[in-house]
Design a protein around this ligand. Structure first.
Ligand SMILES: Cc1cc2nc3c(=O)[nH]c(=O)nc-3n(C[C@H](O)[C@H](O)[C@H](O)COP(=O)(O)OP(=O)(O)OC[C@H]3O[C@@H](n4cnc5c(N)ncnc54)[C@H](O)[C@@H]3O)c2cc1C
Length: 465
């Protein structure tokens, strides 16, 4: 069998691979990028793009239903056309995927090879019976939804995010197992499309990584729209039922199962590293299968790098893309960039969204530093009131000695955008005093961030309520 030789092999055309292919192409390297399924990976095909498109449809329907509050009425109730909603999301997916494919096809030195790549040695991979070899290999294989081995899980149809974004019918009652970021976005959007929705969460609160006040307000936002939330679910199990699927929740014998027409599993993701032949190359992973990398994303082999979700150092499109930037800058631009320099921000795209950066307040307390903190209800943010979207709050925590911001949360209208004002200050290592003197635009959500700083109080002091 002939072995094809390249200067570099990239496994996976997700959020890091194609951009890296572009840079290596420009550097004159001969590159193979191997993709076993859909170019664009999770974000484009089953993740960020379709979900945010569906969130937009759900928001429009929700706002239309609230017409009376804004002074208009419709000629009848808002009716959801699920095939049209799904078609809109599908178009966004297809346009984006086609854009990625065209972009790759335009790279003169890059060959897109379709198939599943598996290592056979440290510098050789097998793709459907064809051997490819290169002195450098970049792994960008992403992850997939976990379907844990809960009682009855293999006996009933369970959906993942991949199934949900392809759905063009309305579930009568959608039960979502998992009250974290992915589950909550689907919960609110399907409630707004008209489904009954129940969230079943094992922990005692939703998005348990966030501060308790964030979890509580997110729960309240969803419950105000009629989403049922069942936390502390200690005995989750499934059975077929005449009316669909019976989901047991509590160990308590008197507790009745919830009957749903559809069940979405949103309990976490796992890396696509179990079928990659890593052992043949001697590439080390942790116990959960994430490829072990150093601060420059190098694996235990000097010329093999792992980027994106599969290295466990990020779980977002922007962290995968930043991995590409780090690797490209170090290999091609003579820089010394590291993952530990990255400040992670993210958002939860319910409505209103949660924008987050840096530490939670609980994490800041654990550092043992002296802290300042401040919180303001969105009901005291003019822009939110004017828009009729005043649920939520913004809050910030800072180091009382260095005056550096440690973290912030903006759960409110525009929170996913407004958080960047704080994220950028933190990235620039600027103090709260600098941010306090900014002159923001009126009326915006961002304009209240300097005001939030005027209300900073020492954490845990007598002044602190
Ligand atoms: C429902 C949902 C919503 C999300 N929303 C957001 C959001 O709003 N914002 C955000 O930042 N992130 C979001 N994410 C996360 C985001 O999608 C991922 O963090 C991002 O896609 C990771 O990029 P990646 O390049 O590491 O992997 P992926 O995008 O998963 O790409 C990996 C690629 O590798 C291919 N592959 C795997 N194994 C092999 C193999 N052996 N051979 C060849 N090819 C292989 C796969 O087919 C895939 O195309 C969301 C995820 C989900 C599930």
């Amino acid at each position: 069998m002939s072995v094809r030789e390249f200067d570099a092999i990239i496994i996976g055309a997700g959020q890091a691979g194609p951009s890296l292919a572009g840079r290596l192409n420009d550097a004159g390297m001969k590159v193979a990028i191997v993709e076993r399924h859909l170019v664009g990976g999770t974000c484009v095909n089953t993740g960020c793009k379709p979900t945010k498109t569906l969130v937009a449809s759900a928001y429009a329907a929700h706002t239309a239903r609230r017409g009376g509050e804004y002074g208009f009425s419709l000629n009848g109730p808002v009716e959801i056309d699920m095939p049209a909603v799904a078609a809109r999301a599908r178009k966004v997916i297809l346009d984006s995927r086609a854009g990625n494919e065209t972009w790759l096809a335009g790279m003169a030195n890059v060959e897109l090879i379709r198939g599943h790549a598996r290592f056979v040695s440290a510098n050789t991979v097998m793709v459907d019976g064809r051997e490819l070899t290169a002195p450098r290999i970049f792994i960008n294989v992403g992850g997939r939804a976990v379907v844990p081995d809960m009682p009855g899980a293999s006996e009933v149809p369970l959906l993942t995010n991949t199934d949900m974004v392809a759905l063009d019918t309305l579930p009568r009652h959608l039960i979502i197992i998992g009250g974290s970021y992915i589950g909550l976005e689907f919960a609110q959007m399907y409630r707004r499309f008209g489904a009954e929705v129940t969230i079943v969460e094992r922990m005692d609160r939703l998005i348990a990584r966030e501060d308790p006040d964030v979890s509580e307000e997110v729960r309240a936002i969803l419950e105000r729209e009629g989403v049922t939330v069942r936390t502390g679910a200690d005995c989750i199990g499934f059975k077929s039922h005449d009316g669909g699927i019976a989901v047991s929740i509590d160990c308590d014998e008197d507790s009745k199962p919830v009957i749903g027409s559809h069940v979405l599993m949103a309990v976490g993701r796992r890396p696509n590293t179990d079928d990659l032949g890593l052992e043949a190359a001697g590439i080390v992973t942790d116990a959960r299968g994430y490829i072990t990398v150093d601060d420059r994303l190098q694996t235990n082999l000097p010329d093999v790098y792992a980027l994106g979700d599969c290295n466990g150092r990020g779980a977002f499109t922007h962290t995968a893309y930043n991995d590409f930037e780090i690797v490209a800058a170090n290999l091609l631009d003579g820089e010394d960039r590291r993952v530990s320099q990255r400040l992670t921000g993210y958002a939860l795209y319910i409505d209103p969204p949660l924008g987050r950066v840096g530490m939670t307040e609980a994490e800041a307390v654990k550092t043992g530093r002296r802290l300042f903190h401040s919180k303001r209800a969105m009901a005291r943010v003019g822009r939110a009131v004017e828009k009729g979207e005043s649920q939520g709050f913004m809050k910030i925590v800072a180091d009382a000695d260095t005056h550096r911001i440690l973290g912030a949360a903006i759960l409110g209208t525009g929170g996913d955008e407004a958080i960047h004002g704080i994220l950028d200050m933190m990235n620039a290592d600027q103090s709260i005093d600098t941010l306090r003197w900014a002159v923001p635009v009126h009326p915006t959500v961002s304009e209240l961030v300097p005001t939030l700083l005027l209300d900073l109080k020492p954490f845990g002091s007598a002044e602190d309520e």
